[in-house]
Ligand binder design. Structure first.
Ligand code: PMP
Length: 401
């Protein structure tokens, strides 16, 4: 048998990815994140970012970052548990806890790390996880790691409360068992909302915890952008301490908040447990203090961001109205994530390329990010888009039909 060098093998697999329309490529931007992107010397209207409120390049955040760098330096120099936990990190955690309506919050370096850390710290041998089928990859990976620690896992059909109820009833709690229901609050590739009130009710009835990944709701949904729980009136301030103890909330800071990082908000006890046990918290360098300073400024803008959120709602309605009488199939999404389902991988790439020729950049999302046969354009809107830019997208899509 001849030896196949690793590179030949990988090159052959890359060729297969090309053939299946699954090869990934990057483009380099010569401009900051915003509604317009400069790529290869050309200007595009970008519908790619998760910068839903348009804060990523906001002057107030830039100013806070520069001031923060002068006061605190650039790096934290160590993990949070050693000497990397600086005063701006602490101030940010207090603000985030109060804003999300929980007793405590813990700053993490990314949402991916937050999900891995919280799930693996909470679910081990003998514990049970119940997860929505369309959860984000970071939650899927977190479940794989929890399974490697001896947890069992069950998946329920997307958003299906009756199916989840049957699963919970068929797998009754054992003494000492921890049970976690895991869900995205806003599904990242579909834009729809999880039925959080029903999920919380099931968590209470079947003695489980509800872990909510609000990557795409934090800053955008609910009064003052307090997120998906507040959107449904489930924020702890309103619904009491007992519910706080059922809920673990994860919000990311690289999307609507415009910077990077994430946080977990929960009871005092859960946060203390994560500080001692979440490996993705313990074994990584603390977030840059610059980021914490920028995020403190971002929280001010999020709190005062009603006009941005209202404009975003107008843009969502404009896009949906504009495409309603066309062949393009939108998902039933009320959020800034407005996917257009195409189906075939190559067809999705062709539509994205045709739009690109017209100066419009919207990413073609293919498996494994979405289920096979559901390739789509993931159009995401930002409060910094202008109505005319939405109209340009609608017109271009009509021309591509
Ligand atoms: N959860 C969801 C639902 C997401 O969409 C993402 C990012 N795409 C993450 C978690 C990961 O967050 P981060 O980008 O901060 O790692």
């Amino acid at each position: 048998m001849s030896h196949i060098p690793l590179h030949d093998d990988l090159a052959a697999q890359l060729a297969t990815l090309d053939h299946d329309g699954l090869r990934r490529h990057r483009r380099t931007l010569a401009s900051p994140c915003g509604p317009l992107a400069i790529v290869d010397g050309r200007e595009f209207i970008s519908f790619c970012s998760n910068d839903y409120l348009g804060l990523a390049a906001d002057p107030a955040l830039v100013e806070a970052a520069c001031d923060g760098a002068r006061r605190w330096g650039v790096g934290s120099g160590a993990s949070h548990l050693v000497s990397g936990h600086l005063a701006p990190h602490d101030a940010l955690e207090r603000r985030l806890a109060a804003f999300a309506g929980f007793p405590r919050a813990l700053l993490m370096t990314t949402g991916y790390m937050a999900n891995i850390g919280m799930v693996t710290a909470l679910a081990g041998r003998g514990d049970a996880i119940f997860a929505d089928r369309l959860n984000h990859a970071s939650l899927i990976d977190a479940v794989q790691l929890a399974k490697a620690q001896g947890a069992e896992s069950h998946r329920y059909p997307h958003g299906d409360l009756a199916a989840l109820e049957r699963l919970l009833a068929a797998n009754p709690a054992r003494p000492g068992q921890r049970r976690l229901i895991l869900t995205d609050a806003v599904f990242s590739m579909d834009g729809d909302l999880a039925p959080l009130p029903g999920l919380l009710e099931l968590a209470e009835r079947f003695d489980a915890w509800l872990l909510v990944d609000d990557a795409h709701g934090f800053g955008v949904l609910g009064p003052q952008g307090r997120g998906s729980l507040a959107h449904f009136g489930l924020d702890i301030g309103l619904s009491g301490q007992a519910r706080a103890e059922r809920l673990v909330y994860m919000g990311t800071l690289g999307k609507a908040a415009g910077a990077s990082g994430a946080f977990v908000a929960a009871s005092e006890t859960v946060i203390e447990w994560l500080i001692s046990r979440a490996r993705t918290y313990i074994f990584t360098t603390g977030a840059s203090p610059i980021m914490a300073c920028a995020l403190l400024a971002s929280l001010d803008l999020i709190e005062q961001g009603d006009a941005r959120r209202a404009h975003l709602q107008r843009l969502i309605a404009r896009l949906r109205d504009g495409l309603s009488a066309t062949q393009w199939r939108l998902m039933p999404s009320p959020t800034a994530i407005q996917p257009i389902i195409i189906g075939d991988n190559h067809a999705a790439l062709r539509v994205a390329a045709a739009l690109y020729d017209k100066g419009i950049w919207a990413p073609a999302i293919r498996p494994p990010t979405v289920p096979a046969g559901t390739a789509r354009l993931r159009v995401s809107l930002s409060a910094t888009h202008r109505v005319e830019q939405i109209d340009r997208l609608v017109d271009a899509l009509k021309e591509c039909a």
